[in-house]
Design a protein around this ligand. Sequence first.
Ligand SMILES: Nc1ncnc2c1ncn2[C@@H]1O[C@H](COP(=O)(O)OP(=O)(O)OP(=O)(O)O)[C@@H](O)[C@H]1O
Length: 823
Amino acid sequence: MAAQEAAVDSAHAAAGSATGPGAPAPGPADDSARAGEIAVEQRHLDRVYRRLEEKIHEAEFLMADAAKRGQVGTPGALAERDAQVFRAGVHLSRLNNEFEDFLFGRIDLLAGKDGKKGPDGAYTSVEPADDAVRPDGTAAIAETLHIGRIGVLDSDYAPLVIDWRAPAAAPFYRSTPVDPGRVVRRRVIRSKGRRVLGVEDDLMRPELTAELDGAPLPVVGDGALMAVLGQARGHTMRDIVSSIQAEQDLVIRAPAASVTEVSGGPGTGKTAVALHRAAYLLYQDRRRYAGGILVVSPTPLLVAYTEGVLPSLGEEGQVAIRALGSLVEGAEATAYDDPAVARIKGSARMARVLRRAARGALEPGGAGARAAAPGQATLEEAAPEETAEPVGTDRLRVVALGRRIELDAAELRRVRQAALGGTAPVNLLRPRARKLLLDALWERSGAASRADEHLSRGDAELAAELRAGFDEDVSSEDRFLAFLDAWWPELTPRRVLAAMADERALGRWARRVLTPGEARRLARSLRRAGADGTGPLSVHDVALLDELEAVLGTPPRPRRARRELDPLDALTGLDELMPQREETQRERAERLAAERTEYAHVIVDEAQDLTPMQWRMVGRRGRTATWTVVGDPAQSSWPDEEEAAEARDEALGRRQRRRFTLTVNYRNPAEIAELAAKVLALAMPGAASPRAVRSTGLRPRFTVAPPTDAALARTVRDETRRLLESVDGTVGVVVAMDRRAQAAEWVAGLGERVVPLGSLEAKGLEYDATVLVSPAEIADGAAASVGLRTLYVALTRATRQLTVVATAKDQPDGDGVPDLLRD
Ligand SMILES: Nc1ncnc2c1ncn2[C@@H]1O[C@H](COP(=O)(O)OP(=O)(O)OP(=O)(O)O)[C@@H](O)[C@H]1O
């Protein structure tokens, strides 16, 4: 595939280019050429900073001027001041935020086919003019563009820096030696603050002898990608804006219509690409995406790891990154169910069980109809509205029109059935139930016949008055209201989930949907979630709560009054003005984010892991959205692929899909990728491994722990220490899920660079080095195919070194290699 070749070729282009035309000879001359080129870029950066400072002065002037106008005090001046201060404030904060390290790239281009300039001052043509290259193979550089995090124009509107997302910047990412377009030299600039630290060049047309301002075009460095990939990893992901590869750029800039599906093996940049795409979409059409972009991530660890990428690209606020366990307001689930329970909770069959439970919870004996009895399992916090004296729900007695009227259990059952007819959300049926209760009481009251008499005499008004008076009498009676609350309580999702912890009740609701064994297991798991409602929810419980929220419906609530006071009215000076202004804006953003339940674009990371119930939950957040869905089936921890595929199709609807595949592994060196490929062959026979882009010469290390827990602890600790000495960044210690607590003890005190974690938590993360404890235990933690896929994930987390610690269960050979990792 051309894009695949291109990605790798572009990575290696610089190696060839060091001896290419115009390249200085290696050695001291190389150093001086590098220093010379750093000085060239430093001069450009100085110019950019001078321009930025001018713009800051302009912004400050605007603010000072705005403050002066504030003292004039006429309503018009105040409004103008408001607008000016707002614009200047936004401008200033952007400039300050993006001052750091924002210039990172440069391309030197041949003359283009046409002479048109775009809005950013750059020529738009992608293809070179026919006469751009002379017959003797020489060519002149016709245009040089610098690429950065934001665009900066000189005072004469010449582009000093082009925004990385602008069309003119695309050749910086798209150009490859196979398909160079106008690009001759592509340069990545490393800078810190105001200082340029280094440059790395890739030559896209090594066959050319190119000149810049009459002198040969210099080429320095070993290639940008390799320089970036060789750096140590920290606890957070970095943006890849300076080294996005061609096949990735195609995904990032794909049109936003419908669904963009991206697959690719571990380390191919799926997460990085998804996040850069969010920033790109906002740049392209900010108004459209003001509706919010949701990024769904599998774990809170991955959220924390990726959270900094968008701010580093200058994008915040509009993008919410949420873990699957935190998608429902108020839930922060981090607990994992054991695989058998997870499989039940995640299955699409649960939707039916939950629908029945939501209605069943209203029945006498259902959780909604009574206060949770002491000791009874419930996930609900003690409901404050519960009265001290329990109200019976098998009989209703009221006094109206001077008479006692009563409905018995059979009558009440009939009314409930009638009210429940139809598919409306249960909580929204309460007014209907109230109305039907009043109807039944009215029939019983004997007044109905009097009203009929009025009607037959043609006095409809009197008949209606009689009935209205009756309704008012009854519904103002405390006893009636208390009865209604107990008989048709407002159900919350947590309350229904608590009701499902009752094995007998759940057995009824799950009949012919779950097996009796499954229902028992599910009830037990819900019971364990905490008898007093404070127990931890599992990640899978959250999708059940969301489903229940949809089934129950949210009854209308009185709107909270908003503060109407405009803080600007009360102010006179700028000092007071800015903090006030910022605070109200932040408050507003927070309120909007909290109120937002649907998004304009939904990005699903690690999509292979979503259960059918999770697809339903995510689908509800993007009913009118466009989507980007990234994942790798070979890393899936969900066993029922067909069921998940159906739920995914339902969530994405009939929107057209555009598919991309990423093929190059930027994370693992070839030595680790090779080992992982052996597990992939077992987990998914025939699946293609992504091609590792570099090799370190360091083969994975195998060691066998003696057969006691203490010895295993010692071995893991020793191996972790070894790796800490040989890498500068982080070391992950990956164990089977049920060894998580132990692993934390094993590595206690080794410092912040060490992270112990369970195999399922390792999703999406990476470390300089990993210690993998017992492949067999990791693979045994789940159903056969899922176990091997989980092991595949665990094996592909290291960017430099991997140590595998085997136990007896791994049946290591003489070299300590576990049987799962042998040929
Ligand atoms: N073009 C690039 N330039 C520099 N680094 C890159 C590039 N593409 C990817 N990387 C790096 O490779 C690593 C893997 O990227 P990422 O985590 O996005 O991959 P992934 O496909 O999501 O992996 P997994 O499936 O294992 O979660 C990250 O450190 C990322 O920064």
